[in-house]
Design a protein around this ligand. Structure first.
Ligand code: HEM
Length: 496
């Protein structure tokens, strides 16, 4: 059977020797092994954290070679700012992103820049992230968070610690499924992750593993994994086909699926084809929850470790929301300090930890490194966010005040990039920020977060980042007294 572009395996990997004429000027790790390359002391399970260590050792631009594939990494703020110049650079679909093409094809995240379906889907779906659309999603986000707090109340009463990444994944999956597609995965009624989540984690992990295996040997070494990956993709497809089949015309109040099925491009009148809709639904279900779940989990980890930060954030929630059971849409953006906590967590652990840029034409990066048209590099966001020239000698420390308005204004542009850059930056940014700020506000208001004293942060990688094995104990807080906040006076808590 003929393959369509969407089924085709990732395109050839363009090694850096081809695109960087002065590659020799870029440092690489000291102990290169013939054929294997820079593999000493690294693990296929932690490519980002390994690269971060090399970054510390080798400086703002460096290269790594793994089984004949050479990649240039950039994290220095000046070079990253140069790469944000959209006139000279564009998104590069390579490495992990290209490895996801068999799953997500020319869906928004994995589309090549030249593919017509990118612009079509972008224009059709962008209104799904407008202010009005977001306001419509808000009550659903609240309802899903109430499912989480019901579950956490039960765990707390039973004296059990909560599984933070597991529960944040349930929450964010339910949120994107309901707001985008009117679908309920019933995650909170399950003791184990939904099979959709297992299939998704399987495909993300497989896409990451492909990067660290010598190309010609991949079919042999990964035969079993490739079979499981095909089963995972089939599961994702079946789930998504069922979600689409269940939709009656106009049944979603103009949600993302309605837009995909019914909306024609405002200028060309074109519509998304059914196969492309399948790709987009998978893309949104995956991109719409995995990274937000990690961001919330890291933020909760830091809040538990820094009680004085948690107290300040909680005081803000009490002051801004008072005794309102269900804060309104406009009350979320007013949680300025909570938002800073989130930004600071995304600074230290941007849950999409890198993005790739390619030269639109021959150019010179940072006036120093010549690049041929098509040459590409990976911006290591997690290191860019720790560049001491920008963030100071304490860059490794958690401090939300780095994001107060004055400090933000004082920093150069393009130094904080958790959502990528340019035309291909994250379409779901506002969605993620609204959801995560709302959830943190609701959790801070309801619980004291108690860390497990024995826990040391371990970061799991599967293209995205997640704090592994993070569990917290909870204590319920007394509710805010209604009279005090209704009277407009200082908010008192029962028992104060
Ligand atoms: C904290 C949460 C999130 C983070 C850190 C994040 C990060 C990113 C990054 C870095 C990119 C650019 C990737 C590249 O240049 O290759 C991206 C693209 C994208 N994100 Fe997000 N994202 C988040 C949440 C979301 C949500 C909630 C949605 C959907 C509801 C979403 C949907 C997408 C899509 C569709 C793209 C591709 C956009 C395009 O190329 O046109 N993301 N995201």
């Amino acid at each position: 059977m003929a393959r369509t572009t969407e089924d085709a395996p990732p395109r050839g990997f363009r090694s850096a020797e081809l695109g960087w004429p002065e590659l020799h000027r870029i440092p690489h790790p000291p102990r290169r092994v013939p054929l294997a390359g820079d593999v000493l002391g690294v693990s296929p399970r932690s490519p980002v954290q390994d690269s971060m260590r090399f970054g510390h050792l080798l400086g703002p631009i460096f290269r790594r070679k793994i089984f004949g594939k050479e990649i240039v990494f950039v994290w220095g703020a000046d070079l990253a700012a140069d790469l944000a110049d959209e006139a000279r650079f564009a998104k590069h679909v390579g490495l992990g992103v290209a490895n996801l093409r068999p799953v997500a094809g020319d869906g928004l995240f994995t589309a090549y820049n030249h593919e017509p379906n990118w612009q079509l889907a972008h224009d059709v779906l962008a209104p799904g992230f407008s202010r009005d659309a977001m306001e419509g999603y808000h009550p659903m986000m609240l309802a899903v968070t109430e499912r989480l707090t019901d579950h956490w109340d039960r765990e707390q009463t039973a004296g059990r610690a909560v599984d933070v990444p597991g529960d944040m994944t349930k929450l964010t999956l339910e949120t994107i499924a309901r707001t985008g597609f009117g679908h309920d995965f019933g995650s909170f009624e399950r003791s184990r992750p939904h099979p959709f989540v297992n299939a998704m984690v399987g495909t993300l992990t497989y896409a990451q593993r492909l990067n660290s295996i010598p190309g010609p040997l991949a079919p042999l070494l990964l035969r079993g994994a490739a079979r499981r990956n095909e089963a995972d993709i089939a599961h994702l497809n079946r789930t998504v086909d069922a979600v689409v089949a269940a939709r009656r015309p106009g049944g979603g109040d103009g949600d993302l699926l309605d837009r995909m099925l019914d909306t024609a491009h405002p200028e060309t009148g074109e519509r998304l084809a059914p196969e492309n809709i399948r790709r987009q639904v998978i893309t949104f279900l995956v991109a719409g929850h995995e990274t937000t779940s990690g961001a919330l989990s890291f933020a909760l980890h830091y809040l538990a470790l820094h009680p004085q930060v948690a107290a300040r954030a909680r005081a803000e929630v009490d002051r801004v929301w008072g005794a309102t059971d269900r804060p309104g849409y406009d009350q979320v953006a007013k949680l300025r300090y909570v938002r800073r906590v989130l930004d600071e967590a995304l600074r230290l652990w941007p849950t999409a930890p890198a993005f790739a840029r390619e030269a639109r034409r021959d150019t010179v990066l940072g006036d120093v490194h010549p690049m041929r048209q098509g040459a590409w590099t990976l911006v290591l966001t997690a290191m860019l966010h720790r560049d001491p020239d920008v963030w100071g000698p304490d860059a490794e420390q958690f401090d939300p005040d780095r994001f107060d308005a004055k400090a933000v204004r004082a920093r150069p542009a393009h130094t904080f990039k958790p959502f990528g850059t340019g035309a291909r930056a994250c379409i779901g940014r506002q969605f993620a920020l609204h959801e995560a700020t709302l959830v943190l506000g609701l959790l801070l208001r309801r619980y004291e977060l108690l860390p497990d004293p024995g826990y040391r942060l371990r970061v799991a990688e599967r293209l995205t980042l997640m704090p592994q094995g993070l569990r917290l104990r909870l204590e319920r807080r007394a509710p805010v007294r209604r009279e005090a906040s209704a009277a407009g006076g200082p908010v008192a808590r029962a028992g104060d």
